[in-house]
Write a protein that binds this ligand. Structure first.
Ligand code: S3P
Length: 433
């Protein structure tokens, strides 16, 4: 793709539906009792990977392409059967980690694998607790990397103190906990997205949070849950950053999920004095949602770390661009998790943006960026990491000259991204090569 800076940006954007909620809606409804209609399910590569894995185990998911609506006829908690082949999770860490929990609860043998990126991502974080709960589970390279081989069943509830703040780990343990004898408790070092808990509760499970600890009593059955999936704040984030940094912009983003476990980016924008307004809050699919308007802003640098990090984890690389536009030095700390995402997002970001003029210092757990530094177009390799592809696009739309982007992979979470960017920039910002 080629991106040039548009002179002016005026747009209303309806971002795609939330990826995290879409995965969970498919997985939990597949093992619920009854039929659920899920509207506005995210039609992206990652969510299709989850659906395909579930269908390979007998799940009844009717999700015609481009329909936006899936009808899932639940099999009940014990209705899945042994897949005839390796389950391919594609590029999706959420698919692999949450299904590891689900499969630990099922007595059959299964193997989970994925693409080159996913087979390099840390899996010991889900393998260890599954083994402690009673599953027989192995993986490549000393039980750390996929493929993962699981022979589930015989699961006992436990209290798991997770060393990482990860919603995927928490969700994997809770999934296994659905099949356990006795209660399962997950204690997190910092609160992470709680979509699994909200959905399980809405399906009738006895699940409660106190502080950073979540307790699940095995439910016996889950009731099918029809819903409409709200828009994804992680897909709204590139627009929020573009709108705040561009000198002549006004972007309205409709129907964005503003679950407080996801709104770290809004807190950061607020701390940086960005011109961001939230419309009236409503409930969509059991989650809060609102329209957000962002306008050109005079930004101040900020420092982020601690509990905010998991609430903004997928948006943090975009702070490099906010920082470049702001007055002062912007610092991100406590975010070593960025190094084990679809790519090493600290290194990919710094390598991509440094040749454009960004003054960035990489740290093991984050980065710092000097403000008020103009960017100039360059060639960027997004390394098949969708969030890096969108970061590169926003960088290109803020830079002078032409930016060429390779391996953008945006279809993983946001298939219509380039069309939306072209529209936002009245057609003059991007064109396909
Ligand atoms: C996700 C959790 C986060 C996030 C990922 C989606 C989820 O990962 O980065 O994009 O849906 O649970 P971690 O749980 O590894 O932090």
């Amino acid at each position: 793709m080629i991106v040039n800076r548009p002179a002016r940006i005026r747009a209303t954007i309806r971002v795609p539906s939330d990826k995290s909620i879409s995965h969970r809606a498919l997985i939990l409804n597949s093992i619920a009792s009854g039929k659920a209609t899920v509207e506005s399910l995210l039609e992206s590569d990652d969510v299709r990977s989850t659906a395909a894995c579930l269908v390979a185990m007998g799940a009844r998911i009717d999700w015609p392409e481009d329909s936006g609506t899936a009808v899932i006829d639940g099999l009940g908690l014990h209705g899945l059967f042994e897949p005839g082949d390796v389950l391919n999770c594609g590029n999706s860490g959420t698919t692999m980690r949450i299904l590891t929990g689900l499969l630990a609860g099922n007595q059959f043998l299964s193997v989970l694998s994925g693409d080159d990126s996913l087979r390099q991502r840390p899996m010991a974080r889900v393998i260890r607790p599954m083994r402690e709960m009673g599953a027989t589970i192995f993986a490549r390279t000393g039980d750390t990397l996929a493929p993962i081989v699981i022979k589930g069943g015989g699961i006992r509830g436990m209290t798991y103190e997770s060393p990482v703040a990860s919603a995927q780990v928490k969700s994997a343990v809770l999934m296994a906990g659905l099949f356990a004898e006795g209660e399962t408790v997950v204690v997190e070092p910092a609160a992470t997205r709680d979509h699994t808990e909200l959905m399980l509760k809405a399906m009738g499970a006895d699940i409660d949070r106190t502080g950073n600890s979540v307790t699940l009593t095995p439910p016996g059955r889950l009731a099918a849950l029809g819903m409409r999936v709200p828009g994804d704040i992680s897909s709204a984030a590139p627009w929020l950053v573009l709108g705040a940094c561009h000198p002549d912009a006004e972007i309205r983003i409709e129907n964005v999920n503003i679950n407080p476990t996801r709104t770290g980016i809004l807190d950061v924008l607020h701390a940086m004095h960005a011109n961001v307004e939230l419309g009236e809050q409503r409930m969509v699919g059991g989650e809060p949602a609102a329209d957000i308007v962002v306008r050109s802003s005079s930004l101040q640098a900020t420092r982020v770390g601690g509990d905010l990090i998991p609430r903004a984890i997928d948006e943090l690389p975009l702070l490099a661009l906010l920082g470049a536009c702001a007055e002062g030095e912007t610092v991100v700390a406590d975010a070593a998790e960025l190094r084990v995402k679809e790519s090493d997002r600290i290194e990919t970001m710094a390598t991509a943006l440094r040749p454009m003029g960004l003054q960035v210092v990489e740290r093991p757990d984050g980065f710092s960026v000097q403000g008020r530094v103009p960017l100039a177009g360059h060639r960027i390799d997004a390394r098949g990491d969708h969030r890096m592809g969108m970061l590169a696009a926003v960088a290109g739309a803020l830079a002078s000259g032409e930016t060429q982007i390779e391996n953008d992979a945006v279809t993983v979470s946001y298939p219509g991204f380039w069309q939306d960017l072209a529209r936002a920039a009245s057609g003059d910002a991007t064109f396909a090569r």
